[in-house]
Design a binder for this molecule. Structure first.
Ligand code: CA
Length: 376
């Protein structure tokens, strides 16, 4: 009997649908916020909570900072003002890269950033933001929300007294701005490029030199020849930084950041103290932010790509398949190294890698075929 039950049975499935009964318990389970396993609490509607949200973005930074302010508005609206969140830009409450420790200590109840910012203390956190040749935005959502990724992420942050929730994705980024052409993999030799994280390690393997520069230093670095190339985000942010005025070649694709996942981190103690309905509101608003940030990036990047295409001195170029294949091999080696950093990284890598293999088969017979057809 158990064998029969575990096998997909089309007849039973459709019969169930016809009577509207099938998988109702499943549907209820799927709709319930993951961590709001009901602790029965009496809701005191007169009690208000005033929270602080520390972010890694400059105040009102396009898309990312703006999104955090929007989320605070949604939460205020949905809770009838019972949960009131003040959003702080990086440097306003604490420096941007201290957000993790600030939320951990409870000095802010929540924070917004990207997990790879904490790579120095938790190398495996990078799997939950972006690794080169990793997952795109929709694949990342699928891994995190529907294929076990978020459970691993929760386990990782549990030891720090934090709860992560997926909270946005940049979508595919661009390959960066170059002041010379990249025709073969050898053209990376000696190239000084602003390229953080595992992407920088890939560049090193290709013979280049990653240079660590904060966002505000990239323009001057490129202009003065301190660096030969720089990656930032995509057309919207890159255009507003003015890179088209000082670099000739804008390369695609952003192999190093195919879809960088952003995170909301919550102080677990503070989150647990909230009544069930407010916890559900926080969870739901965060997933709305997860969706909004990606949609805003896609809309704005497509609009600003046109502006860049209209710039007479900029050439939009594509890395050759040979270059991408070489970089991919270097990336596999760099990610292997990351996977070996500790036993948790290995477990995360195994889950990530097996999902990547599985979903790339699906992409090959679906979207890849479609895009291939319409381009030919
Ligand atoms: Ca980037």
């Amino acid at each position: 009997m158990s064998k029969k039950k575990s096998t997909f049975n089309r007849k039973t499935f459709f019969k169930g649908l016809a009577f509207g009964t099938l998988s109702l318990p499943f549907a209820i389970r799927a709709l319930r916020p993951a961590r709001a396993q009901s602790k029965q609490s009496t809701v005191d509607l007169g009690k208000t909570y005033k929270w602080k949200m520390a972010t890694t973005w400059p105040p009102n930074f396009p898309v990312l900072g703006e999104g955090c302010v929007l989320m605070a508005d949604w939460i205020r609206e949905m809770s009838g003002g019972r949960l009131d969140i003040h959003v702080y830009g990086g440097g306003e409450l604490v420096p941007a890269l201290e957000v993790f420790d600030t939320v951990r200590s409870g000095a802010a109840q929540m924070g917004h950033g990207a997990a790879y910012y904490w790579a120095g203390k938790i190398p495996s956190a990078q799997f939950f933001s972006s690794v080169p040749f990793g997952l795109n935005a929709q694949q990342m959502n699928a891994w995190l929300l529907n294929a076990g990724g978020l459970e691993l992420w929760e386990e990782l942050y549990h030891d720090f007294g934090l709860v992560p929730i997926p909270a946005g994705n940049t979508g595919v980024q661009m390959g960066g701005w170059y002041n010379r052409e990249i025709n073969t993999i050898d053209d990376f030799k000696g190239l000084k490029m602003r390229m953080p994280g595992v992407g920088g390690k890939v560049l090193e393997r290709a013979g280049g030199s990653p240079v660590l520069l904060a966002g505000g230093e990239i323009y001057t670095g490129l202009e003065r020849g301190i660096i030969d190339a720089a990656e930032w985000i995509g057309p919207y942010h890159d255009y507003n930084m003015g890179f088209h005025q000082i670099a000739k070649y804008y390369y695609t694709p952003g192999w190093h950041e195919l879809g960088t996942q952003l995170e909301l981190i919550l102080n677990k103690e503070a989150y647990d103290e909230l009544p069930d309905d407010l916890r559900a509101i926080v969870y739901t608003a965060t997933l709305r932010l997860n969706h909004w940030i990606l949609s805003e990036f896609e809309a704005k990047n497509s609009e600003y790509l046109q502006k860049i295409m209209n710039e007479p001195d900029v050439t939009i170029s594509q890395f050759s398949p040979e270059i991408l294949n070489n970089l991919r091999q270097y990336a596999e080696a760099a990610i292997q190294e990351l996977a070996e950093s500790d036993s948790f990284a290995k477990r995360t890598y195994d889950s990530f890698q097996s999902f990547r293999t599985q979903i790339s088969e699906w992409s090959k017979v679906s979207e890849k075929v479609y895009y291939g057809e319409i381009e030919s």
